[in-house]
Structure formats: structure tokens, C-alpha cells
Design a protein around this ligand. Structure first.
Ligand code: FES
Length: 96
């Protein structure tokens, strides 16, 4: 299970962290990755001055905008799922 933590502290909330989390969740559902990727919230992740903070596993990012949610998902989340979980994902064809 890959845990994606989206900051829901006040500064990130004002910048649209709820919208970003919704977009990431929509991507998870579109790719049928429920049970393999989970979105959770956390309070201030010490990156307030740089924009919305997101942690993917043990990697932290700052300055993620809601409108970049989909590209962030495909670049930083799908790319970090282990090979086995992609192969076993239902309704998904991947040529490896
Ligand atoms: S409120 Fe999100 S990093 Fe501080």
C-alpha cells in the first residue's frame, strides 16, 4: 500500500488541498488502484511557505497546485507503485 499524505493544515487548505486530494482520489479510482494507494490527511507538514505539501511514501513535495493533481499523480504516484501491484491491478492492461 502506498500512502499519499496531503496536508490539510490551514495554509494548504486555503491553497486548495481539498481539491487536490479529490483529484488524486479520482485518479486512483480511474486507474482502479483502490487498496493499493490511499490518500490520508495530515496537519501542517512544515512547508507552508512553498504551497501545498504532499508526501508520497517517504518522499515529500511542496508547492503542488490543485490543477497539477493529475500530472503529479502520474509522475510521482503511479511511478512509485511496485511492479507487482501494477501487474495484479484489476481491469488494467500493462505491458512490462
Ligand atoms: S499548513 Fe500545509 S505545510 Fe503547513
Amino acid at each position: 500500500m502506498l500512502i499519499v499524505t496531503v496536508c490539510v493544515g490551514s495554509s494548504c487548505c486555503v491553497r486548495g488541498s481539498d481539491e487536490l486530494a479529490t483529484k488524486l482520489q479520482q485518479c486512483i479510482e480511474r486507474e482502479h488502484l483502490e487498496g493499493r494507494v490511499d490518500i490520508v490527511g495530515a496537519f501542517c507538514m512544515d512547508g507552508c511557505s512553498q504551497g501545498i505539501s504532499v508526501r508520497v511514501g517517504d518522499r515529500q513535495f511542496s508547492g503542488i497546485r490543485p490543477e497539477d493533481g493529475e500530472s503529479f499523480f502520474y509522475r510521482e504516484i503511479i511511478g512509485n507503485l511496485d511492479r507487482d501491484s501494477l501487474v495484479r491491478a484489476p481491469n488494467r492492461e500493462i505491458v512490462l
